[in-house]
Design a protein around this ligand. Structure first.
Ligand code: HEC
Length: 273
């Protein structure tokens, strides 16, 4: 067993300085994430008074999965945006909740927990811990900037062939797409994606026309459930809208969008970088 010293400080700044020093000591010469996370949770758990849990949730590209910790068994998976941990990860902001019973979104794992502090960890190399669609990076990492421009130009030159997923849903879908629903604070999709779903390349609002209903549905549902494609303001636009959509709205929009025709014969304008 590694020996850490009992922490003697009574004021917080000195206590945290001592903890940080001990943590640095534990990490010397070791770069393994699991090993360091395990030792760090043990250090925190034993050094700080009145803790019943200290540990890590690790982002697996989709959601948070429990990692090394000290304390009672914990919830295994937490969706982004859910609970105090999911909120910290989604907003990339430390959450300090003094009384969890007042937190609107708290997940009860252990009734003894009264307060929580969750600090989001962000890769030191600046790479986003919340990647764009997680299955894509291996593909686009191999592309040069020129390749991306060329692919973009090729896709923009294609004409989409619309279908219809479910005729019965097209009408409610059209109403939401064109008018939104002011009573529920849902904006009209066409305000950004244009009336024929062609998008607005200059503002980076993507083309929707020609997308399969299944894809639209899965994408909106993931945003509804707390996923996002990034952490900048632009990436929060769709998650914010999608949380206001229920499953029926999403199915209706997906059916309508699959049937959208980009205006015949005029391919979408290529984005100018
Ligand atoms: C304020 C502008 C805005 C409004 C209004 C808007 N969107 Fe979007 N939409 C965006 C942006 C920006 C993106 C790109 C998402 C990103 O990069 O995070 C996007 C992306 C999408 C995508 C993914 C497209 C793809 O190719 O993967 C879908 C689906 C979508 N929006 C559907 C909708 C629907 C349905 C509505 C109406 C309920 C809507 N949007 C309203 C701005 C908007």
């Amino acid at each position: 067993m590694l020996h850490t010293q009992a922490i003697s400080a009574t004021d917080k700044p000195t206590l945290y300085a001592e903890l940080a020093q001990q943590a640095r000591g534990l990490f010397v010469g070791e770069r393994n994430l699991i090993a360091n996370a395990a030792n760090f949770s043990a250090l925190i758990y034993h050094a700080l008074p009145q803790l019943n849990w200290a540990g890590f949730y690790l982002f697996d590209g989709t959601e948070l999965v429990v990692g090394p910790f000290q304390g009672k068994p914990a919830c295994i998976r937490i969706a982004l945006g859910r609970g105090v941990c999911g909120t910290a990860a989604q907003q990339r902001q430390t959450q300090l909740v003094r009384d969890v019973s007042t937190h609107p979104n708290h997940i009860y794992c252990d009734a003894a927990s009264q307060s929580e502090i969750v600090v989001p960890l962000i890769h030191a190399d600046g790479s986003p811990p919340l990647p764009r669609p997680p299955h894509l990076p291996p593909i686009y990492h191999a592309l040069s900037v020129q390749d991306m421009h060329d692919l973009g130009a090729y896709f923009a030159s294609q004409t989409s062939r619309p279908g219809v997923a479910d005729q019965a849903l097209v009408e409610p879908g059209e109403t939401l797409f064109r008018q939104g629903d002011a009573t529920r604070d849902i904006p009209a999709c066409m305000a950004c994606h244009s009336i024929d779903g062609r998008g607005n390349p200059g503002a980076m609002y993507p083309q929707l026309a020609g997308q399969h209903a299944q894809y639209i549905e899965a994408t909106l549902k993931a945003w509804h459930d707390g996923a996002s494609w990034g952490t900048d303001a632009h990436s929060q636009i769709m998650p914010t809208i999608a949380t206001k959509l229920d499953a029926k709205d999403i199915a209706a929009l997906a059916s309508y969008i699959e049937g959208l025709h980009a205006v015949e014969g005029t391919p979408a304008a290529a984005a100018t970088p």
